[in-house]
Design a protein around this ligand. Structure first.
Ligand code: NDP
Length: 296
């Protein structure tokens, strides 16, 4: 099996380089790889790459993920998040390849407090959410074989993340203020990559399992409780860590105005994924504690 991985240097892309490597011949392309075009700002270049490589599976981990910047870079965000994934879908259909793509809870407006399933009505609040939704629709209407995983609050040991920011600030300041009215589940890029590899193998044998899925870690939290968990776990793992912080104050989203509006309820129901693929998604605290052990 030949697999083309795009966006291979991001949080999820990096972990996919590991998890997909055992499935077949993997060609992993980043933003500016020399031999083939991996630049999503160049849709026809990406189409040429697909035609040259003839993959059986295309996994797209590239995206314009700067949610606030996307509000003022609408056309670039649309090109990277929607138009080029649409081209990938068109080329996948022509080749008969399986397309794997990632989407987001930002396709929802975040109202209410129940976890949403895959059929819940979409209503993005931001350019990022809107362009990610457009990609879903382009992929679905192309008729290509596809798996789309909507996820949320992604972190990885590699690169910057919320936990690292909290640890840094806790060493610099006595008081932190963290939002406590947005609810979701921090989801490890490593878990997403492992689920992806499993789902690709499963879907090749069970084509009826193709489609759209919610994929997040188990349980739920707020950014405030997530920050507290990070600091408590860090203290346990490394008691000598010089943390200045005395209080972590909970605040409302309105205390941190941002260009892009974020959903308050990012809870996603993952029953369909767990049932169709015979998987169990571990609690978010398990993955975050593991990531902290890696970085501390
Ligand atoms: P990252 O921002 O870590 O990775 C995105 C990758 O896309 C980066 O390597 C980036 O490269 C690359 N990229 C950006 N512009 C281009 C371009 N023009 N051409 C090619 N590559 C480009 O994101 P994640 O790994 O976290 O996200 C993976 C998927 O999960 C995305 O589809 C995202 O929308 C989705 N998702 C992510 C969430 C999160 O919290 N991060 C939450 C929900 C969904 P470079 O850095 O060089 O620009």
């Amino acid at each position: 099996m030949k697999i083309l991985l795009l966006g291979s240097d991001g949080q999820v892309g990096w972990e996919l380089q590991r998890s997909l490597s055992v499935l077949g011949d993997l060609v992993a392309l980043g933003h500016s790889t020399a031999e083939y075009c991996g630049d999503f700002a160049n849709p026809e270049g990406i189409a040429r790459t697909v035609r040259a490589l003839h993959p059986d599976v295309i996994v797209n981990a590239a995206a314009h993920t700067a949610v606030d910047k996307a509000e003022s870079e609408t056309e670039l965000a649309r090109l990277i998040n929607a138009i080029t994934p649409g081209v990938l879908a068109r080329e996948s259909k022509k080749l008969g390849a399986l397309l794997v793509h990632y989407s987001t809870d930002y396709v929802f407006d975040g109202s209410g407090d129940a976890p949403r399933n895959e059929q819940a009505p979409v209503a993005p609040l931001s350019v990022y959410g809107q362009t990610k939704l457009e990609a879903e629709q382009l992929i679905q209407s192309s008729g290509c074989r596809h798996l789309i995983f909507r996820t949320s609050w992604v972190y990885a040991a590699r690169g910057g993340n919320f936990a690292k920011t909290m640890l840094r600030l806790a060493q610099e300041r006595e008081q932190l203020t963290v939002i406590n009215d947005q609810f979701g589940a921090p989801t490890g890029a490593d878990m997403l990559a492992d689920v992806t590899a499993h789902a690709i193998v499963h879907a090749q044998q069970h084509p009826e399992s193709l489609g759209l899925y919610h994929c997040v870690a188990g349980g739920e939290t707020t950014w405030h409780a997530y920050a507290q968990f990070v600091l408590d776990t860090a203290k346990q793992l490394q008691p000598e860590l010089a943390l200045k912080v005395q209080t972590v104050a909970p605040v409302a989203t309105s205390a941190f105005p941002t260009p892009a509006k974020r959903p308050q309820n990012s809870r996603l129901n993952t029953r369909k994924l767990q049932t169709n693929f015979g998987l169990q998604l571990p609690h978010w605290q398990h993955g975050v504690a593991r990531m902290l052990q890696e970085i501390l």
